[in-house]
Design a protein around this ligand. Structure first.
Ligand code: HCA
Ligand code: CU
Length: 380
């Protein structure tokens, strides 16, 4: 799974998110932040989507970013002619191959699709830029049709072929099988795109890499059509647990939170409480047993190290599950001195009150301070 690359699609798939409207300035700000984070590719909305989309695509190409700039088009010469004039480093072409899309969307058969693909690919290649060919709704397409068209485009010399779980219904085992099979028939790199309708977008991405795919489409917070695609942050969490060196060497993980806040604000959503890495309690430890072990060695209950992301862990001690080790740490933080026996005693008081009502830090602090004052000045 190691040498994976990211195709960051916040400015393409993400624009298909219900709440998204990105002004030119916002797109530029997001593109720069993504580039700074270290994504390999930035994918932009088709220049034929609207006049402003084309102008914005040209403007982002002129920024001189390190990331390669891609635009995403239908498998059609009308789109390709406009795309190659925008200044992009590559074009991602997609066409629906499942019977659903062939019947209810574009209405074309496989021969038509193949001919269109060949024409568009040769045209884009003749402009000396990268080309990716992808089949929409790959998992509900006929496997023979799929492999045939991938073989054809691989022979012409595409840079990558893509698999898309457009409806988010694929499971990791199906992903593994399809990527493996595809890998045995093409020479080019394989890119994968997973929607999250059934909650498998991160797992599917990881499995695709295990099966030999090289590139994964992501967006910040996973924004996209319906409930979106593989989120950048969630995939970073998954990948750093698998290959920390590579992920740290390549991506500026301490910028993740700012990047997510930037996009969350732009599309008016909150960061989910249970988001990997940046959810408000992602590094908060609560139970007394957990807290004790975390204080001794954080790895006991943490697969990710918060400092890799510029974040800190937090021991939540103001509740009835607390233990004396956590309270002792709080006593130290308050610069007070109590013996272990005394800490155990004050912990008992805290737990007693916490059984009656929800506590906050101030409640705990005043119990500790009162107790400390009492033991310092014994009554005569
Ligand atoms: C869509 C298109 C797409 C394309 C994915 C790809 C999908 O339906 O909006 O280019 O690989 O999910 O199929 O986002
Ligand atoms: Cu998609």
């Amino acid at each position: 799974v190691s040498k994976f690359q990211l195709i960051e699609s916040t400015l393409r798939e993400g624009e298909q998110f219900s709440n998204a409207f990105f002004s030119t300035e916002k797109k530029i700000e997001i593109a720069k932040a993504l580039d700074d984070f270290g994504v390999d590719y930035i994918e932009l909305t088709s220049p034929v989507a609207s006049e402003q989309s084309r102008a914005d695509c040209e403007a982002i190409c002129k920024l001189g970013l390190k990331a390669k700039i891609l635009t995403h088009i239908r498998c059609h010469m009308d789109d390709a002619r406009v795309a190659v004039e925008t200044g992009v480093d590559g074009v991602d072409v997609v066409i629906g191959t499942s019977s659903f899309l062939r019947e209810y969307s574009h209405g074309k058969d496989m021969t038509y699709i193949t001919n269109a693909a060949v024409e568009v690919i040769e045209f884009v290649k003749s402009h000396g830029i990268e080309i990716r060919f992808s089949s929409e709704d790959s998992f509900r397409s006929d496997i023979v049709d799929l492999l045939n068209i991938y073989k054809t485009v691989d022979k012409i010399g595409v840079n990558r072929v893509g698999i898309a779980d457009t409806v988010g219904g694929a499971n990791p085992r199906q992903v593994y099988d399809l990527v493996r099979t595809l890998k045995s028939v093409v020479h080019c790199d394989i890119e994968c795109h997973f929607h999250n309708d059934t909650g498998c977008a991160i797992a599917n991405a990881y499995t695709a890499l295990e099966a030999g795919a090289k590139l994964i489409d992501v967006s910040v917070l996973g924004i996209g059509e319906r409930n979106g695609i593989t989120p950048l942050g969630g995939l970073m969490a998954r990948m750093i647990a698998a290959d920390r060196e590579y992920v740290l060497s390549k991506y500026k993980l301490h910028k993740l939170r700012d990047l997510e806040n930037l996009v969350a604000e732009a599309v008016q959503v909150n960061i989910p409480f249970n988001n990997p890495i940046t959810g408000f309690c992602a590094f908060t430890h609560k139970a007394g047993i957990h807290s004790k072990a975390i204080l001794a060695n954080p790895s006991t209950y943490e697969i990710l190290n918060p400092s890799d992301f510029g974040l800190t862990r937090y021991i939540h001690f103001a509740h009835r599950l607390t233990g004396w080790n956590a309270i002792k740490t709080r006593v130290d933080q308050l610069n007070l001195h109590l013996s272990d026996t005394q800490v155990k005693e004050v912990t008992a008081k805290i737990k007693k009150l916490a059984d009656i009502r929800q506590l906050n830090i101030d409640d705990v602090d005043s119990i500790i301070k009162d107790y400390h004052a009492d033991v310092q000045t014994p009554v005569v």
